[in-house]
Design a protein around this ligand. Structure first.
Ligand code: G6P
Length: 577
């Protein structure tokens, strides 16, 4: 949902920013722009399109100057076009800024500014901030104007702004959209996330809600909205630069699928002690999440229900319409980014209950709203489609419910399933031209079918749906005709015999059956089959099932000529409701 970056130092800013934008592109990729100050002039280049394409065609790196900012956009207000691309300037081109978030009262502010004579060049909500600043600096310093302008904004923002005159400084702020300061030697950066700055520093200061900061070559100062100076903790990361690179794989997604065999151990090492206590202390557990994380939530609700707990998973954006949390409720939020607006909104709605967050992002907004946080430790995920963070979520969830010893050979199971890639590559061409694909499973494997179907549709653009097998006969069977693929998740556990019946129902209507199984009768009935290991604890099947289905989605996507790392219309971190 938009990536922003700022740089002030001694290097060529256009170069640093263009490189950073490439690492931020997963946050939004419909348009991109850069602004660099050289002496007393601001040079701006922007257009619709992806970073590589636009930065080459407009020759971003030809701009001189050592202070600047950049933005990669995922459109919310206004069409995807050059005028709506960031950065945005005031009337005189003397203030320029990039913004991530949504200004909810922008219509009202725009009217007010128009009445004062301001002329707008775009349809965006973001541009009003530049004009508010312009109005303010008539009588105030830039910092004073920044503070008073921010106070007028309703909604969410991460902002980086600079002026064409005066001292070379970056003015940054965050509220409900992430922004991290990167502390270098003789140079300072800020960006929506850490990987964009790793080439320059390993020391960071995640800004907190409502923080405002001023960055110069010599350092930074952080203020509250009231202008009082505040201190924030510096963190150091030990990530290598390669963590945000493809590491020899053609796509981030393939790297991240393969990395699951390593990161699963990092996630299993997470400390769940306090989380377990909270679950034990509460009689009702509401699990709240979106997208892939919701499927992890369904898994947690299944596992807790098996232990006799009253647990239910909710889609975050719907939570406030359907749930009635009370003081005996524990809300468990699962969110990779820790910034998903729907999740944050649900947390604010459930103001009476305790909250446990499971997230991958240190210092993210959910961690501030939660009473207790479990970090997944899966490292940055760049591919828009969540893969390694899903298995990491599962690892944490399983650790909340089962003793750690039960989970000790997960890495080995994932490695075994990754070895099926060649077999999966051979199956992928049979799905490339299909219009619909169905996934069925039963019991604890149903969340995996949902996740596999989501993965499949989001990166192949082929319609897919997933069901508990028993539901086919209640409607969907009418869609199963000759050659319609039905993917059956059929490990030999308690679900097998009933699922076998569902497979036969689909087969009798001409469906093409692809199974993932370690049962010979299922395999014999299938047109294609991917083997599951025989001797694993049945509770671990979800981990073994999801890996080949991630690979299948990936290979079908690539065969269809799609970039699986950046599926159309989607963004990795969705900070709007
Ligand atoms: C977006 C991403 C999904 C992700 C969902 C929830 O839609 O494209 O991959 O599952 O947000 O994100 P979260 O960060 O809350 O897990």
């Amino acid at each position: 949902m938009c990536g922003i970056i700022g740089y002030v130092g001694s290097q060529k800013a256009s170069h640093v920013i263009t490189e950073g934008l490439k690492r931020l592109e997963y946050r939004g990729y419909d348009s991109v722009g850069i602004a660099v100050r050289d002496g007393n002039s601001l040079n701006v280049k922007k257009d619709k399109g992806m970073v590589e394409e636009v930065s080459n065609s407009l020759d971003f790196v030809s701009i001189g100057g050592t202070i600047g900012l950049g933005h990669t956009r995922w459109a919310t207000h206004g069409a995807v076009c050059k005028a709506n691309s960031h950065p945005h300037a005031d009337c005189k081109n003397s203030i320029i800024l990039a913004h991530n978030g949504v200004i909810e009262n922008f219509v009202e502010l725009k009217h007010e500014l128009e009445k004062k004579g301001h002329k707008f060049a775009s349809e965006t909500d973001s541009e009003i901030i530049a004009h508010l600043l312009e109005d303010g600096i008539k009588s105030k310093t830039m910092l004073e104007s920044f503070l008073s302008s921010l106070k007028r904004l309703e909604g969410s923002y991460a902002i980086v702004a600079m002026t064409s005159a005066g001292e070379e400084k970056l003015f940054v702020a965050r509220r409900n959209s992430p922004l991290v300061i990167g502390v270098g030697k003789g140079e300072m950066l800020c960006a929506s996330d850490i990987p964009a700055m790793l080439k320059h520093t390993k020391t960071f200061v995640p800004l907190e809600e409502g923080d405002v900061a001023v960055l110069s070559r010599d350092g930074y100062n952080i203020y509250s909205l009231e202008g009082a100076e505040v201190t924030r903790k510096q963190i150091t990361v030990d990530w290598g630069l390669d963590i945000a690179q493809k590491g020899g794989y053609p796509h981030f997604m393939l790297r991240e699928i393969n990395d699951q065999k390593h990161f699963i151990n990092e996630s299993l090492a997470s400390d769940v002690t306090e989380g377990k206590k909270l679950i034990d202390q509460h009689s009702r557990i509401d699990i709240v999440a979106a997208g892939t994380s919701y499927h992890a939530g369904l898994m947690l609700s299944y596992l807790l229900s098996q232990t006799g707990k009253s647990a239910q998973a909710f889609i975050a954006s719907d939570y406030s319409f359907v749930a009635k949390p009370n003081k005996d409720t524990l809300m468990v939020v699962i969110t990779q980014s820790g910034e998903t607006a729907d999740v944050l909104q649900a947390m604010r709605f459930a103001d009476k209950c305790k909250k446990l967050a499971i997230t991958n992002t240190v210092g993210s907004s959910v961690t501030r709203l939660a009473d207790c946080t479990i970090l997944m430790n899966s490292g940055p995920e760049i591919g828009v489609a969540a893969t390694k963070t899903f298995t990491s979520q599962l690892a944490v969830i399983f650790k909340l419910v089962f003793p750690k010893e039960k989970l000790s050979n997960l890495s080995q199971i994932i490695s075994q399933m990754l070895e099926q890639e060649d077999a999966i590559k051979k199956i992928a061409p049979t799905l490339v031209a299909k219009e619909n694909v169905f996934f069925i499973a039963r019991g604890g494997n149903v969340p995996i079918a949902y996740e596999a179907s989501l993965k499949f549709k989001e990166i192949t653009y082929i319609h897919s749906e997933a069901y508990p097998g028993g539901e086919l006969k209640h409607g969907t069977l009418s869609l199963i005709t000759n050659g319609v693929p039905v993917i059956v998740l059929a490990p030999s556990d308690a679900t097998l015999s009933k699922l076998f019946g569902n497979l036969k129902e689909a087969k009798a209507r001409g469906g093409t059956i692809l199974s993932i199984t370690n049962d010979d009768s299922i395999k014999n009935e299938s047109d294609f089959s991917i083997p599951l290991p025989k001797n694993i604890d049945p509770i671990l099947y979800p981990f073994a099932l999801i890996v080949p289905l991630q690979l299948l989605a990936y290979h079908v996507s690539v065969l269809r000529g799609i970039n699986p790392d950046r599926p159309r219309n989607l963004a990795k971190s969705v900070t709007v409701e």
